[in-house]
Design a protein around this ligand. Sequence first.
Ligand code: GUN
Length: 323
Amino acid sequence: MIGELHQLRQLCWVLGSIGRILAIAYTRVAVLSETKLHIDGKAIAQQIQAEIAQKIAEYRSQVNQVPGLAVIMVGDNPASSAYVRNKETACRRVGMQSFGSHLPSSTQQAELESLIDQLNHNDQVHGILVQLPLPSHLDAIPLLHRIHPDKDADGLHPNNLGKLLRGEQGLRSCTPAGVMKLLEHTNIDLAGKHAVVVGRSILVGKPLALMLLAANATVTIAHSRTPDLASITRQADILIAAVGKPEMIKAEMVKFGAVVIDVGINRITDYEGNSRLVGDVDFEQVAPVASHITPVPGGVGPMTVTMLLHNTLWSFCQKYGLT
Ligand code: GUN
């Protein structure tokens, strides 16, 4: 009798365990099949650029002017050259004027200062950008401060960063603004969500944390000195990687169903000697765990250029009182 009771109890335990496993598997499959989404930054960028092109065409007929963007590049860093080419092609595509200043590595600080002064006074230029990084003999900070805040297409002038901090309207840094647009276009509600930003750069991590806060997320900024990083990233409903370390975010660092945004663009050479771009997130590993994820390339990258166009158009509209 006792033996039979014991067997019955064992059977119940086995059936219960099977039930629990099936329930967990069902929930996970349901999440994967219903909401899994690779966020297509290229398509969203194309849609926004088409809207920008349409507005430029309308404004051209109203004020007989088009927005103009000046891109200053010093030296021949291959990655920077590719980014600058992209920016100038995008300008032409939407009907914006592009003023490229591609200068030799030997260019001196004073020459750049006087170029920025000229562009500040040029009525056809509504946005100015100094492509970073600069060669090591040049100091980027005084140059970024010298750009007129109303023409600061990169949103890196202290006035514009201050406006972001205060929650006032102003020019916003392009990559973080692009991340926010991706989340908005994907209908991800940020209010009350825990957003973890890995990275604290002035170009991405810090401004992005402020933008997420303004959208009512609860924000944590983690960085290279954060101990036990995985214990923080696993708490994230929205996980944003902006550290510049190839594929450092692994599956075990991500909560099941999290939204994962990969800001990293890293060129690596694999063991066969082939070079390719990867993000800060190990896409293959993390995609099955995430509910939404951005690929690299084709995620955040196209949005940065788009927000640069958006900022230049915004400055133009401010100047001419267009809405
Ligand atoms: N280099 C890499 N990304 C950027 C950017 O967003 N702005 C500038 N100015 N330089 C960069």
